[in-house]
Design a protein around this ligand. Sequence first.
Ligand code: ATP
Length: 221
Amino acid sequence: MKKLYGVIGLGRFGGSVCLELAREGFEVLALDRDEDRVNEFKDIATHAVIGDSMDEQTLIDLGFKNIDHVIVAIGDNVHASILTTLILEELGIKRITVKAQNDYHEKILNKIGADHVVHPERDMGKRIAHSIVSSNILDYIELSDEYSVVEVKVGSKMNDKTIQELDVRARFGCNIVAIKRGKDVNVSPMADEILKLGDILIVIGSDKDISRFEKKLVIEE
Ligand code: ATP
């Protein structure tokens, strides 16, 4: 059966989540208390409804209990975001993703049982900062406060070298978990794999270790 999604709050973040889910062909129930926002999504979401998510009965009447995954995209109104998450939790929603406004908000959301807390502005800021540092750093995804995954391009410092020669794990404490070469993806590459200019490496490690790896082998003056 097709998965059902709910998006509460149709600001820039919630709106773009709703749009992408609909584009991917999923059924989306969108809710916002602002009529204009709801009208914008009438032809995009499966159902776009005006309502206050802090009202439990509204969520029950709309059938939120049957939704597999709800995204709470109310950022500015921390009170509304927390109360909505609590109600969804009590309704027994299987998966709840919530946009946090700040660290304090995130802490509370984790305490009350949000499955996944996202911080789009902060995360995007970090990703952009990494990609600005070098054109060889393609992406940066935070896994936790300490660990991240980076996508980097092989430049002259790694060209024609094997993973063993570069000794990334021993020297920097990071692991190359995959190599993308054109359309091919080599997951868990062997130590004797020779890296080529333009290969894309997926590297996992602590932020400190990734930063050392990037400085030594990725960033080129
Ligand atoms: P973004 O940063 O994603 O652009 P925003 O700044 O436009 O968001 P927010 O205050 O974070 O706005 O709220 C996002 C949306 O959530 C708004 O469209 C707002 O009407 C809606 N919203 C806020 N509180 C509730 C609520 N209790 N019930 C339903 N919708 C709500």
